[in-house]
Design a protein around this ligand. Sequence first.
Ligand code: SF4
Length: 714
Amino acid sequence: MTTSPGTQQIRTVCSYCGVGCGIVLDVATGPDGRRRVVKASGDKEHPANRGRLCTKGATTADMLAAPGRLTTALVRDDRGAEPVPAPVDAAVRETARRLREIVDEHGPDAVAFYVSGQLSLEAQYLANKLAKGFVRTNQIESNSRLCMASAGAGYKLSLGADGPPGSYDDLDEADVFLVIGSNMADCHPILFLRLMDRVKAGAKLIVVDPRRTATAAKADLFLQIRPGTDLALLNGLLHLLHENGHTDEGFIARHTEGWEAMPAFLADYTPAAVAGITGLAEEDIRRAARLIGESKEWTSCWTMGLNQSTHGTWNTNALVNLHLATGAICRPGSGPFSLTGQPNAMGGREMGYMGPGLPGQRSVLVEEERAFVEELWGLQPGTVRADGVGRGTVEMFQKMADGDIKACWIMCTNPVASVANRKTVIEGLEAAEFVVAQDVFAETETNAYADVVLPGALWAEAEGVLVNSERGLTLARPALDPPGEAMADWRLIAAVAREMGYAEGFSYDSAEEVFEEIKRAWNPKTGWDLRGVTYDRLRTGPVQWPAAREDGPSRNPIRYVDGGLTFPTPSGRAVFHARPHMPPAELPDDDFPFLLNTGRVQHQWHTLTKTGKVEKLNKLNPGPFVEMHPEDAAALGISDGDRVEVASRRGRAVLPAVVTDRVRPGCCFAPFHWNDLFGEYLSVNAVTNDALDPVSFQPEFKVCAVALAKVAEP
Ligand code: SF4
């Protein structure tokens, strides 16, 4: 597209959150011949945002122009030395040599990969191919383990496959929304605007959150729940739906299994009992159940509040139970909808970039699925291993700290800042013999621990596919050349792989060629299907999977309905799971009497590696804080702006106080964005708990016991 002489418009996708808004970049060529993005606006034709953008997407031009990009590799000879610039080809050779050496000396399990939902689909695929198919290690994890692992595990248990059964279109047709454990207004703002369009037209909004967020402020019914008690509430709602005769017996009989055990299980979850556990009023619980039960169509949206829990998988199961019981699933306006935090976290889950995963939502634990990818990758039978599968991100860094993993390649993520109880990550990286980090800006908390830093390209500098929360594929298209020697992540992975001696599996000329190979991983069992998608087709607009045919529709909003509703479980039926209430791993006691909740603010994203470079966003959300209730602040002699130590059994942070009744008495909240680069003791992940969900291995970021105390000015 061209608008005025010298200005070109590139249609691409926002690289921040999983809403996946279409974005149009205006690119001008200056008198020096350099191309610059001068404006970012919403793509009116993109189905995710229809022209809207939030502050983060709208300031894309500022982020792209920010200083501090890596234009070469950085290497250092020993850990005490300052890193020095090095040519990328030399750094690639060094990376390959050290990884090869460590594999030869200690075996493949000594090498780990830690990847990200910010990589393109092609890069995620190649990282997993290199790890599981060629290095032959199953030590590959991603930052989705911190984010969506519980939703993924829960979907598989309840519905038979990962990913939402519905789509954003449901937001336009629901009569009732249950937003639980999600501050959509701040974290998925464009989707929340869409939901609010429907609320303004008469739909009802129920919000469940321990904190009165910007989302809660718009609710018809706000349930300010005690932290970590969602399972009790979800079971209590199902108890009432059953009692009120609002279950859909026909749907249950035709499309589900496991219901027969539910009434007896639910008997304990009376409104009085649930009110006692959750701290909610009985009448509010009854009202929520009535709103859901009397609705024609209802949709639930959730994110970290349910996922980042020691029973996150069960939370998903209990929420899906409500949809199955009311038959409110796989029809327009109804369904459980997990929102993803990163632009391609959904794609990563499809590429199997955590634990035992293989492309196409397959697993190394299934013999025929190993055989499938061995054929796809041109490998001898038995190459892909079923053993040595890890138990998540926290365990991976613990193994590094213990000396079992000797090398780690970190791609496009910042675990030193983002992992719960981050000292395990720091100890792991310090103990590892060789650490490679791959990122776009030179200064991150994690790059500081790397022996080699490889310069990646931003999504606006390279072609690649991103898959958003609703299974929509958008082609990211280059508006600019990468600076200096920076290059697309998939190119860096392929270059190292070729240097390691795997040229036969990694000689691609383009991202499109990688994408064509990815499509061959089509999985009829789960319905993951990109066969009808091509780069040429994506150049005309996004396509939502399952997409079997090139001449098929570009929107495929409801899964599992082809030829009659059939879920990809052995029986073809969705499964009810009786999931009893469990308390969080840590509860308040005399030494740590408060509960800390962590999350995000509206104008920053993740660990500030990108939004932290944008002046306009830093003005809107300038720094960290800890919110505490006025009663607690008064008891501790703390006023607004005082420096407060937030201490747990694991570590401490020192943050300015915000005294507010947004949080419940006995509770506090701190955003996790700010870290070491912005000052000492700003990392709230020095404090958080790395206790894990035993199914999804996701840490319990959302609840831990802390002590609060005023500290003197320095
Ligand atoms: Fe980007 Fe998410 Fe904002 Fe959309 S809602 S513009 S994808 S950050």
